[in-house]
Design a protein around this ligand. Structure first.
Ligand SMILES: NC(=O)c1ccc[n+]([C@@H]2O[C@H](COP(=O)([O-])OP(=O)(O)OC[C@H]3O[C@@H](n4cnc5c(N)ncnc54)[C@H](OP(=O)(O)O)[C@@H]3O)[C@@H](O)[C@H]2O)c1
Length: 238
């Protein structure tokens, strides 16, 4: 089996093992340089992955019901979040966007077969319902979308597996919420000295920090792919 087949088998079996948790199975998948940077500066767009790693990303998208990014990633990269470099279905695009900043010109609003879902704290903005489906949540701190409620809601709406593609604020929030089940990280040969994928985790002790359970790896051209189930201390997320 080549690496793409190995990752697909592994992910399929991980998803199968998931015990019902009132949320989807969650895979974190992103690309970083050797030093952990995902881009040069926050808000800059940087195409890090090689051709084969991009194919893997599209394959991973096709293996999930939904794909989620933060609004800053939409504003910086304007991604389509579709499956173009692999054969398979497009996942449901979902954006964390508390204040409904999604621009109507975003490519995600011109998706070929799905209306984008916005996880938000607000419902009312002129014409927003023409471009997206708004799922509004109440939040205790009124700043960010509560991930527990949002994951429960999208699970009820049929999203049983979710790929989280970034950016850093979202990656860190999912890790802090301890709801990441699996990780696929593409490590590219660059030293970027830029904006890091993970920062400010709430835990400080090694015994509580997230780590990969039985780390697996392989290479695609010059990129190293590291993947595995995530555990927090001794406990697997699912
Ligand atoms: N290399 C890669 O694989 C990769 C992948 C993706 C992105 N990127 C890069 O990452 C950068 C963007 O990352 P970023 O850290 O600035 O932003 P981000 O993670 O894309 O988006 C963060 C924003 O999402 C909103 N949000 C709402 N609820 C949230 C919650 N519960 N938790 C976290 N965020 C929530 C917040 O904005 P509101 O307060 O307005 O709601 C927050 O500021 C860009 O430069 C992009 O190019 C790289």
């Amino acid at each position: 089996m080549n690496l793409n087949q190995q990752i697909e088998c592994w992910l399929t079996s991980c998803k199968h093992d998931l015990k019902k948790k009132d949320r989807p199975f969650i895979t974190l998948a992103y690309a970083q340089g050797l030093d952990g940077s995902i881009t040069t500066r926050q808000g800059n767009s940087l195409g890090l992955s090689g051709k084969h790693s991009i194919q893997l990303t599209h394959q991973l998208r096709s293996l999930h019901d939904g794909i989620l990014v933060g609004i800053e990633t939409i504003l910086a990269d304007d991604p389509q979040l579709t499956v173009r470099e692999w054969q398979g279905n497009n996942p449901q695009p979902i954006v964390l966007d508390s204040q409904l900043r999604l621009p109507p010109t975003a490519k995600i609003c011109k998706h070929p077969d799905k209306t984008c879902w916005i996880l938000s704290l607000s419902e009312d903005k002129e014409n927003i319902h023409d471009i997206a489906k708004i799922l509004a949540f109440e939040s205790e701190n009124q700043k960010l979308v509560p991930l527990d409620k949002a994951m429960k809601k999208i699970n009820e709406m049929g999203i049983n597996s979710l790929m989280v593609e970034g950016g850093a604020t979202v990656i860190t929030a999912f890790l802090n919420a301890k709801i990441v089940d699996a990780v696929v990280i593409t490590i590219t040969p660059w030293l970027i000295g830029g904006y890091k994928a993970v920062s400010n985790l709430d835990e400080t002790s090694l015994s509580q920090l997230p780590s990969l359970n039985s780390l697996r790896y392989g290479t695609l051209e010059e990129d190293l792919i590291i993947y595995g189930r995530l555990k927090y201390g001794e406990v697997l997320a699912c």
